[in-house]
Design a protein around this ligand. Structure first.
Ligand SMILES: *Cc1c(COP(=O)(O)O)cnc(C)c1O
Length: 452
């Protein structure tokens, strides 16, 4: 499989190159040159477990790693999950909660980042190359990225996070990792400051090349690819075509569902669920993509206004017409809004924005009716199903993106219960390592230069 950019200036690049490139060099996002058709295999694949299915799907997108090596890397990536079939399947009446949080950091990002870590280790080892990963996090991405590469000899990872503005548990998940290739940097500033520092550094081509900088944010194609597997897996476990409710921030998770559908997996509807940061819900209702204010909500991993993966969806919506896509993106970047002229004609998606009270009510309802504790992100998807019940027919699958113990404050507020998990309890009292810098570009550069 070869990859090309949504912006049309990059094409014909192999998987491993796409993995290391992250954002395409023309500032577009990488997508496969063609989408594999799995329909001839569906019958045979129905009986497969999660890892077995990953062993069928991922090689369709990766043809420049030897098959037996790839097989081993996939096996090792999912051996770190504490569920026998990697993902959990929880039936609550006529709804299934698909639990994606059984990885080392208890959020769905582990599904992709455990694999990414193994892929980096192998590819860098083969090429005799070093990579310095630089990332910014508002919580979950940093710890999952660190868990993917800790202890590797060809990778150092530097994670910027806003001082005092991520939860104490999320901070401990990063700063208690003892491996010396891990560097956590608390920045005097907001998450936006961290992100703009990271973008400024990546835009400095000389610095980036000199220090072998790489990225693991959700624009990396390999992350989307890894996420296709759980949609495929779930769609093959239901009798009829599956409907998914997906709590959405950057559109990465739900874009993987879209691709699974395009590949021919039996998926009927995707219910995109946002919190009060509703730019995507508004787009699917009106066709207008317009930036709003960022609101702080109970589901901080979805407090995003501009969804970086949305460009991939638009590219396919525009029939892979890069010129049209570039016009749309440039209008959006200059004016803060752009429109496709009316609601998308594609009836695969429906979209709902869920507010604070509905989120808390969903958590209370799941606890009262099923004795089941939802995290506040999953609760947004659950609430969307309840609102949309006439529109989303069975089988309904709610994507569960985090373990409730990662977000105890919201859970306590909604249910009165303090959620726990042994791996989080084990963090208290461990030694902590972190750096602390001002939110300016020279400080970040000095920090990196002193340690690379
Ligand atoms: C990252 C994250 C999301 C949002 O995922 P996107 O791919 O950005 O849509 C939702 N829930 C949790 C817990 C997350 O960590």
């Amino acid at each position: 499989m070869k990859y090309k950019s949504t912006r049309g200036q990059v094409s014909g690049i192999g998987f491993t190159e796409a993995l290391l490139m992250g954002l395409a060099s023309d500032s577009g996002l990488l997508v496969p040159e063609s989408i594999p058709d799995v329909r001839p295999h569906l019958q045979a694949w129905r009986k497969l477990g999660f890892v077995e299915l990953a062993q069928k799907i991922l090689p369709m997108f990766i043809d420049d790693i030897e098959p037996d090596v790839l097989h081993r890397l996939i096996q090792e990536s999912y051996a770190t999950f504490d569920h026998p079939d990697v993902v959990g399947w929880k039936q609550l009446d006529d709804m299934v909660v698909l639990e994606l949080f059984h990885g080392p950091t208890l959020a769905f990002k582990d599904v992709a980042l455990q694999l990414l870590g193994k892929l980096f280790e192998h590819v860098l080892g083969e090429r005799g190359q070093k990579l310095n990963i630089l990332g910014a996090t508002s919580g979950d991405t940093g710890s999952a990225a660190i868990a993917g590469v800790r202890g590797q000899k060809n990778v150092d990872i530097f994670i910027l996070y806003p001082h005092g503005r991520i939860s104490p548990l999320q901070e401990l998940q990063m700063t208690t990792v003892a491996d010396d290739n891990v560097h956590c940097i608390s920045v005097d500033g907001s998450f936006d400051d961290c992100q703009s520092l990271m973008k400024t550094i990546f835009a400095d081509a000389d610095f980036k090349a000199k220090y072998d900088l790489g990225a693991v944010n959700s624009v990396n194609w390999a992350r989307v690819m890894a996420q296709i597997v759980y949609y495929a897996y779930a769609s093959l476990r239901t009798d009829q075509a599956a409907n998914f409710a997906v709590p959405t921030g950057n559109f990465g998770n739900v874009f993987a569902a879209y691709l699974a559908h395009q590949m021919g997996f039996p998926i009927a509807n995707l219910l995109l669920a946002t919190n009060e940061n509703d730019i995507l819900a508004r787009f699917f209702q009106s066709g207008e993509y317009s930036r709003g204010e960022v609101h702080q909500t109970l589901s901080p991993a979805m407090d995003i206004q501009v969804a970086s993966n949305f460009e991939r969806f638009l590219y396919y919506y525009f029939d892979q017409d890069s010129t049209r896509l570039c016009e749309f993106m440039s209008e959006f970047n200059t004016t803060g809004k752009a429109s496709i002229g009316g609601p998308p004609t594609d009836d695969l998606f429906t979209a709902v924005a869920v507010g604070r009270e509905e989120t808390l009510a969903a958590m209370a309802e799941a606890k009262d009716n099923y004795d089941y504790i939802l995290d506040p992100h999953t609760a947004v998807g659950y609430a969307a199903i309840k609102v949309q019940v006439g529109g989303l027919s069975a089988p309904r699958i709610c994507i569960a993106t985090a373990h409730p113990a990662k977000f105890p404050d919201a859970v306590i507020e909604a249910t009165g219960i303090t959620p726990t998990h042994p791996s989080l309890e084990a963090l208290s009292g461990l030694p902590v390592r972190k750096g602390h810098i001002d939110a300016n570009i020279e400080a970040v550069k000095e920090y990196l230069a002193a340690r690379v």
